[in-house]
Design a protein around this ligand. Sequence first.
Ligand SMILES: Cc1cc2nc3c(=O)[nH]c(=O)nc-3n(C[C@H](O)[C@H](O)[C@H](O)COP(=O)(O)OP(=O)(O)OC[C@H]3O[C@@H](n4cnc5c(N)ncnc54)[C@H](O)[C@@H]3O)c2cc1C
Length: 177
Amino acid sequence: MVSNPRIGIVGGGFAGLYTVFFLRKFIPRGLDITLFDRNNYSLYTPVLHEMATGTVHARHVVIPIRKVVDPREVQIRCEEVIRVDVDKRGVETPSGTFTFDHLVLATGSEPNRGDMASLGFMFGVAEVYGWQFKGFPAWIIWKAFKLGMLPRLKNRFQNVADWMITLLFKRDTSKLV
Ligand SMILES: Cc1cc2nc3c(=O)[nH]c(=O)nc-3n(C[C@H](O)[C@H](O)[C@H](O)COP(=O)(O)OP(=O)(O)OC[C@H]3O[C@@H](n4cnc5c(N)ncnc54)[C@H](O)[C@@H]3O)c2cc1C
């Protein structure tokens, strides 16, 4: 007997849930689908700011996965995926290793602006979007980033003036707060 193709989906956010919805809609039978998420809910980010301002209650920002995905049709595993083996199409969780014929990774993303540090007078190291800099260019990038973070235009002008003085007189007198 030929078994059904096994589909593993990691992540129950927008991408993971819509993968389930579309698979269920267009291939309603003949697939064994397993959905993994470390949480038993999906976060509805478009109204997150309303929760922060108090116009929406926290419980309306989370959607229980079992409410939108029928556990009789899709296996829902509420656990963290700790390792993914893309070649073997397998995922490892604290309760074991699962292999699939097709694996969908929908774990979202995290912003990464890079790393940078000032290392003394007009010297620094920076990595921005994979590009590495050191010395004076890195220091300029670091200063520009700090400048961008300052809240008021007046503070920015003041800091640019300070840095000009630094460059001229070789002494850093600027304040970032
Ligand atoms: C405040 C805010 C407002 C937004 N408003 C809008 C909007 O109005 N319109 C719009 O189109 N977009 C909006 N977005 C963007 C939108 O939220 C994202 O584009 C979307 O959430 C990305 O979906 P995703 O499924 O790729 O990832 P996510 O929604 O981040 O889902 C990833 C899921 O994977 C799970 N997961 C991650 N790692 C693991 C692991 N190792 N094991 C198990 N589970 C794991 C997480 O628990 C999560 O449930 C907003 C974002 C924010 C932050």
